[in-house]
Ligand binder design. Structure first.
Ligand SMILES: Nc1ncnc2c1ncn2[C@@H]1O[C@H](COP(=O)(O)OP(=O)(O)O)[C@@H](O)[C@H]1O
Ligand SMILES: [Mg+2]
Length: 314
């Protein structure tokens, strides 16, 4: 069963002072996420990943398109009913920015529990918090309660931001580059905690990352985003082992491996902010592009069962 359906989603930003420019951060994006699966959204900086997270969590409103959560339409307004607001949680890249610096950890955790009427009393809520801190290996739990965000390490605080979201028992978690700021050794502890918590709660996750090896490690499905469009989508093993789109191939060829020396596929240019007027978005960087790619925009096609790609060359 699908928990989330996204249909022709667009989010445009107008920038510039005298001359106005339109950035198509999301341009006609459609996909479904099945209940209980981890859906990775992959792409380099500026391709629209965070915008997608913000629009789905209703922090930002879409320019056009529809979003259905558990078969109910949530697009059209950023207002959500009380329970849906609890069910959709988002965690961000920088934990120091996602906590109020003036609140100690106890208050940062107890307030969302109170608002969402989880636990009958504060002493019961304290027990819930202790159980979660224990699961995250943050012990003794009491020693964290009266500390402030700046008194914790990035890894500790990110684990607490994950707990804060998961204590509300969400059915859909959006994790936006949740380990990108952390040291490699600390990343595993946060990822494993996330996998442990979502497994026991059967939470569906949208895992936003620029790291293809991490996407493959955690996710069931991958959607590769390029300049606001999905260029490839499918089961993670298919996308990583048999990438079809040149952009996915470029990403994979630049993923470091300690086991093999890879021939890197060189993109021609850096990514621009703006889409070309006609043709494929990737045309100026693509090592394989030809005239058709310059003139005609490729559509997303299902080339193998469940494996979608938008490229004229495959
Ligand atoms: N509030 C905003 N106003 C104007 N442009 C924005 C805004 N938010 C994002 N953008 C632009 O939209 C594009 C996608 O940004 P973002 O979703 O943050 O990308 P990512 O998370 O993949 O790095 C970028 O070109 C960015 O500059
Ligand atoms: Mg981002």
């Amino acid at each position: 069963m699908q928990i989330l359906q996204v249909k022709n989603l667009r989010k445009y930003f107008t920038v510039g002072m005298l001359k106005k420019y339109t950035i198509k951060a999301l341009d006609d994006v459609s996909f479904d996420i099945n209940q209980g699966e981890i859906f990775a959204v992959l792409g380099e900086s500026g391709c629209g990943k965070s915008t997608l997270g913000l629009v789905l969590s209703r922090i930002e409103k879409e320019t056009a398109g529809e979003i259905f959560f558990k078969e109910r339409k949530i697009s059209g307004s950023t207002k959500l009913d009380f329970d849906t607001r609890r069910q959709i949680q988002i965690i961000f890249q920088n934990p120091y920015e996602s906590f109020d610096q003036r609140l100690c950890i106890y208050d940062s955790l107890v307030i969302p529990l109170r608002i969402n009427k989880i636990g009958d009393s504060d002493s019961q809520r304290k027990e819930i918090m202790k159980t979660f801190l224990h699961r995250a290996g943050l012990e003794p739990a009491e020693s964290f309660f009266n500390r402030f965000p700046h008194e914790l390490s990035g890894g500790q605080l990110q684990r607490i931001s994950l707990l804060r979201a998961m204590m509300l028992n969400p059915s859909f978690l959006i994790a936006d580059e949740c380990v990108s700021m952390l040291d490699l050794s600390v990343r595993a502890s946060v990822i494993n905690l996330m996998l442990d918590l979502i497994e026991s709660e059967k939470t569906t996750v949208m895992f936003i990352t620029h790291d293809i090896s991490l996407a493959k490690y955690v996710s069931d499905q991958i959607a590769v985003l390029y300049l606001g469009k999905i260029v490839e989508m499918g089961r993670s093993v298919d996308v990583v082992q048999r990438p079809l789109h040149p952009y996915t191939k470029v990403l994979i060829s630049y993923t470091p491996s300690i086991f093999e020396k890879k021939n890197k596929i060189k993109p021609k240019e850096l990514m621009s902010l703006f889409q070309p007027e006609v043709g494929c978005n990737f045309v100026n960087r693509c090592p394989y592009s030809d005239d058709k790619c310059q003139q005609e925009r490729p559509q997303l096609r299902e080339l193998e069962p469940g494996h979608w790609v938008s490229c004229h060359k495959v």
